[in-house]
Design a protein around this ligand. Structure first.
Ligand SMILES: Nc1nc2c([nH]c(=O)n2[C@H]2C[C@H](O)[C@@H](COP(=O)(O)OP(=O)(O)OP(=O)(O)O)O2)c(=O)[nH]1
Ligand SMILES: [Mg+2]
Length: 105
């Protein structure tokens, strides 16, 4: 979404599971291998012009060096640093949940 930071991911293809989709998108967008783990949350969000359902999973890094293959820039940040970045509206629920599920810093 123009000018905003996003978590890597993308649209599900026919005959693909959510976990397969996440693994494929992370490979396509960042060039790294991950293990897709448990669901964190599913969010339905209505933007002014369209509606999305975001299936958010915990993921474990396996191997590779993250590269900005399909975006302008990639950054690996911790939860505190996330506050410095502007995300699409639907993402704030994810970020708040991540923060509340981690021991207070
Ligand atoms: N990837 C991603 N998409 C998000 C986030 N937050 C959010 O609202 N979205 C929305 C924007 C898009 O409508 C949709 C995901 O689309 P996408 O642009 O990543 O899809 P894609 O990788 O398959 O890309 P494309 O084939 O359309 O170019 O979800 C986020 O943090 N990451
Ligand atoms: Mg994408």
């Amino acid at each position: 979404m123009g000018g905003l930071w996003e978590f890597p991911g993308g649209k599900i293809e026919p005959n693909e599971t959510i976990k397969e989709c996440i693994k494929r998108e992370i490979k396509e967008e960042l060039g790294i291998e991950i293990l897709v783990r448990e669901s964190l949350i599913t969010i339905e969000h209505q933007y002014p012009k369209f509606k999305v359902t975001l299936f958010v999973h915990h993921c474990q890094y396996l191997q590779g060096t993250p590269q900005a293959i399909e975006c302008e820039e990639v950054r690996w940040v911790n939860l505190l640093e996330l506050d410095k970045y502007t995300f699409p509206e639907a993402n704030y629920e994810i970020i708040n949940l991540l923060k509340s599920s981690v021991q207070k810093y």
